[in-house]
Design a protein around this ligand. Structure first.
Ligand code: CA
Ligand code: CA
Ligand code: ZN
Length: 230
């Protein structure tokens, strides 16, 4: 029987292709090879001919190029979609039913696959024909630079004005700042804050809504922990 990659995964693959036009496809995979076909794998077609798993080569920025955070963003995007069931990557497996908390994938057969060259994405049968967009492009492009964070406008409840984030950080750190804090230390704090904000905004759109108040709490928490270390 003719086989095909199911609708949801075909769309997912197309979105990844569009966002990463130079990606290496050497470790991509859909239909199972002879070894897979002898087992009960989702790389084998269902009765209806649909294949419900897709292996994505991790080298999404091209062969030999770094890919770490991009692959993570793609995984988060996958998790946020209704069709996702589980993924396997770097000897770890994570299921929707377990809140995407990864656990060790201790498959130790003779042809042990560490899943370090590709990520295995598996959909659930109930939503394999979903046409809902995955939002890969949005997730990847919502990258925030340190510059963006510096210039991010935030409401300062003390002065009741909107100020650039950089100014805000300096104002709540005034005391430490005035005691001759080194630029290095300030840079470290900003980097730590930038990382937090980066994590927040790289969450797939629509899954987390952050109010200014919540954002401020997070920032204060980070600043607090920095202050406590001194
Ligand atoms: Ca590769
Ligand atoms: Ca299927
Ligand atoms: Zn696979």
């Amino acid at each position: 029987m003719a086989w095909y990659l199911n609708k949801a995964l075909t769309n997912f693959r197309e979105e990844v292709n569009r966002s990463f036009p130079n990606r290496d496809k050497g470790s991509d995979g859909t239909i199972g090879d002879k070894a897979h076909q002898a087992t009960n794998s989702d790389h084998n077609p269902d009765k209806d001919g649909s294949v419900d798993a897709w292996d994505m080569d991790v080298e999404v920025n091209g062969r030999g190029k770094s890919y770490g955070s991009d692959v993570e963003k793609i995984k988060r995007t996958f998790e946020a979609h209704e069709a996702s069931h589980y993924w396997i990557h770097n000897d770890r497996i994570a299921f929707r039913s377990e809140g995407w908390k990864p656990r060790s994938y201790a498959y130790a057969g003779p042809n042990r696959n560490r899943h370090d060259k590709h990520v295995h994405f598996n959909t659930r049968p109930s939503h394999e024909n979903s046409t809902k967009p995955w939002g890969v492009k949005e997730a990847v492009e919502e990258d925030v630079s340190a510059e963006d964070v510096f210039n991010f406008k935030i409401y300062n409840p003390v002065t009741k004005t909107e100020v650039a984030f950089k100014t805000y950080v300096q104002s709540i750190n005034r005391e430490v700042y005035e005691q001759g804090q080194s630029l290095d230390k300030q840079g470290e704090q900003i980097a730590s804050l930038a990382e937090t904000v980066d994590k927040l905004v790289s969450t797939p759109p629509g899954t987390v809504v952050i109010t200014d108040e919540q954002l401020e709490r997070v920032l204060r928490k980070v600043l607090g922990s920095v202050d406590n270390e001194q």
